[in-house]
Design a protein around this ligand. Sequence first.
Ligand code: ADP
Length: 424
Amino acid sequence: MLFWFATITVFFLISFDIAFYYLLDNNINSSIKERLYNKAIYIKDNISNIKNIKNSPLDAYRIAIFRKNHIIYQNKKFSLTNIQRKQPFWIHDNGEYLKATLIHSFIEPFPGKIIIIKSQIDDEVENIMDTMLILEPILLLFLIYLAGKLIDKILLPIKSITKTANQTNIDNFLSTIPEPKESDELKQLVKSFNNMIKRLKTGIDKIDRFNNDVSHELKTPLTVIKGEIEVTLDRPREPREYIKSMQVIDEEAEQIKKIVDSLLLLSKYSKTNMQNSYEICSVESILLKVVQMYSKALKEKNISLHVDKLENITTKANQVLLETIFSNLIDNAIKYTPKNRNIYVSLYQNDKIHFIIKDEGIGIPKEKLCFITDRFYRVDESRNKKIKGFGLGLSIVKNSVELHGGSLHIDSKEGAGTTVHVEI
Ligand code: ADP
């Protein structure tokens, strides 16, 4: 930046000097010419009285008056050398200093010529240019110094961002960069960078938590499987004992499969690939199909499922995810509702599609409501002990609804029941 600043400044200074030199030179030349011309007119007006000319304050000039190419008057200093008679005015250098010569022809009071020479013109242009040549490098150095300071000031936060960025890695999220006081673009940059660091940190924390949760959830069935195998292989056993043992292992393997399937489903779709998975779906048919799947579970607990409202709805959506939403919510309603109670569902459409499921189950404590859609969160392991689950159902529902651009509202009262409202 400094190099370009210096180059551009030098270029502009040189251009300015050249323009200034020509302007000043022209200006001074024409002012000398005008002065000499005025003197020539004065001499012409007083030519009849040569004495008057002699006594006038023209000492600084060399003057000659010609009549028919004969000198009729010349002052002491005048000599004819180097006179170019064809040029009326010119400035010439005699080696040490500048001279200006003006030849003025006239007719009145007789045809003649006046040659008037001014020697030792102060070379004002050269003097000014000399001064500028001394001052300008000083000015240039001063400007470069100031620009350097300014650039340093501007680049300081950028240097600090670079340093922090270099030191930041997945294991080490350094704290944020101090924000500059002035609210300018740099402050915005630092703010954005700090926000990015915070977002990354939250993301990494989430991944860490997720890894811990997954490992923990998979560890339990794996430990059971390992224990079962060890105990079974301890000594020779009856065939029926082997069968029983294999059944336990099969159940636990099924648990692992369910967890892995759920996790895969959560990561399979994203906002960017969602549109490609859309197909025309009949929403009420999907709901009825899922309800049918749960008829056995409903019968076992003698729970009545009432369909309050069921509209025919056709829309473009991801069929697998719609099925997942309905099945997880109906599954929860059945799981967390005691025997002989009721579940109510409604499906209707206005400007959006609404699915509401209300149960008369154990409900969710108010303070836990905000966590229940987190992955692997279960309200209370002790109350859930007999009820199977991994805490993934509601997080899958929330994700699926949001991937469809919708929202999920859960309202619950402990001991009274839960209402889940899906809006897409
Ligand atoms: P899971 O049911 O496998 O434990 P979910 O993510 O579906 O996981 O639910 C998270 C937690 O929210 C459950 O452990 C349960 O405590 C609570 N919950 C969900 N739905 C209901 C409901 N209808 N009634 C009472 N509690 C519920």
